[in-house]
Design a binder for this molecule. Structure first.
Ligand code: HAM
Length: 437
């Protein structure tokens, strides 16, 4: 039997409705903040991710799925490697949404210098070759926003505010969420800070794991995210970015906090929050659902250099993304759910094969009036049709027997009370529509 790839999920039924609910909520909320929806391709040139996310990040080095057509693969095997490939032949599945959206904004000239900012949101599958575990999938779904052209700290604060409002609308108790914020500095102050962390790692190399020792040269700030407890204890004594911000970054960060305070958004300052993607500058943030055991349910930050890295003119940007699967798990851990029941439906039962045509035309009339309608297509007995109607959660059942068809009527059965009424067929659609709404 063919099997799903480990770390992937099938979305259907209540779970699928949960994914649709999270998108509907996003459409409504983000719409009020002026965001329009965008969908970019799931495959992009490898360079789109390398330039933006960073060559030395785990996401690019270890987790990004590379894409080869069968024909290309055959050629590569023959030629002994992908060295000779052109940039446009080197493709990958998107591990996150920001780089692709920024690529689209640059390529399609969505944000030109001096013009109004571009505000986009997306709901898409992402792919990362991680070791699958609870809340960590190889194909998962993100809802995110990207806002380009707004350098003001108010944009950072509004981004965080809309994120926390989104979680509230999805059913989270704000008291059980922990929002951590930090500033990662910019091209003026971060290089010197990065060197300080590198020196710290080298000085403590004998106490740190091999991964962290390797990070010293490649990406020293990632050592703050090491999963080894002992390393975390050591990194707790490393220089903190907030002590090394330049005046402009420090002022920006202070203003973001002022706006969050004014908006009454609770946050914890975490100077060790570094995030796993290299494009961040200044404000970064991450949200955990306390006691859910699924890791961060959302995160984001400012990326003032990314548009340029993707080939555009210098344009500041900021955004966030949340993970659908983790939100589902985190809500379930506190007794909540994203899942909704299917919309109310009506079942049209067929008493005998002679009434088949009447069932067909009645179902058609109900559906054309916008009523979710089910019917029997297997020639089952009336009793098993009622059982099927129950299983489908039908609120009403229309019974068409010989008597009904002969007299131009239908019997309408309430599936909860089992009460039945006979009514003229001409009134059926209006009556059902009214009772079902
Ligand atoms: P990220 O923190 O890598 O940020 O991912 C955002 C969210 O996606 C995480 O908080 C988590 O809920 C979910 N997520 C990430 N990886 C997995 C996984 N393997 N399985 C299940 N869920 C996962 C970004 O992706 C940035 N693009 C966010 C951003 C937008 N920054 C600025 N704009």
């Amino acid at each position: 039997m063919a099997q799903r790839i480990q770390g992937t999920e099938d979305l259907y039924g209540g779970y699928m409705r949960g994914w649709q609910h999270i998108q509907d909520t996003a459409r409504e909320l983000f719409g009020t903040y002026g965001f329009d929806m965008i969908e970019t391709p799931a495959i992009e040139q490898v360079d789109t991710f390398v330039h933006g996310i960073g060559e030395s990040t785990d996401v690019v080095r270890k987790e990004m799925f590379r894409v080869f057509s069968g024909a290309l693969m055959e050629r590569l095997i023959g030629a002994g490697g992908e060295g000779g490939l052109k940039a446009k032949q080197r493709m990958a599945l998107r591990p996150e949404g920001t780089a692709g959206v920024v690529r689209a904004a640059v390529e399609d000239k969505l944000v030109s210098q001096g013009a109004a900012p571009v505000k986009l949101w997306y709901a898409e599958a992402m792919f990362r070759g991680e070791r699958p575990q609870k809340g960590r999938l190889r194909q998962f779904h993100q809802v995110g926003i990207e806002w380009m052209g707004a350098p003001d700290p108010a944009a950072d604060a509004e981004c965080v505010i809309v994120l926390m409002e989104y979680f509230r609308l999805l059913g989270f108790d704000p008291a059980r969420l922990r929002l951590r914020i930090n500033s990662m500095g910019d091209a003026t102050c971060r290089p010197a800070y990065r060197e300080k962390v590198r020196d710290f790692i080298i000085a403590h190399a004998h106490e740190l794991c091999a991964d962290c020792r390797e990070r010293a040269d490649v990406n020293p700030l990632r050592a703050f995210d090491c999963k080894v407890d002992h390393d975390r204890e050591i990194m707790a004594h490393a220089p903190l970015v907030t002590d090394h911000l330049c005046d402009t970054c420090a002022a920006h960060y202070a203003q973001v906090k002022c706006y969050l305070d004014e908006a009454g958004v609770a946050y914890v300052e975490d100077p060790t929050l570094v995030r796993g993607l290299d494009y961040y500058t200044r404000t970064v943030f991450e949200v955990d659902a306390l006691d859910s055991g699924v890791g961060a349910i959302g995160g984001g930050g400012r990326y003032d250099d990314l548009v340029e890295l993707e080939g555009g003119r210098p344009t500041p940007g900021i955004g966030f993304a949340v993970g659908f699967e983790r939100i589902s798990l985190a809500l379930a851990a506190c007794g909540g759910s994203l899942e909704t029941k299917p919309p109310a439906c009506v079942y049209v039962a067929c008493a005998a094969p002679e009434q088949r045509d009447a069932v067909f035309s009645t179902s058609l009339a109900l559906r054309r009036a916008g009523v979710r309608t089910e019917a029997d297509y297997q020639g089952r007995s009336l009793k098993s049709q009622f059982k099927q109607a129950d299983r489908l959660g039908a609120r009403l059942c229309v019974v068409l027997g010989a008597d009904e068809v002969a007299s131009g009527t239908a019997t309408l059965r309430d599936m909860q009370t089992h009460e039945q009424v006979r009514l003229p067929l001409a009134e059926l659609v209006a009556t059902v529509s009214q009772r079902i709404s």
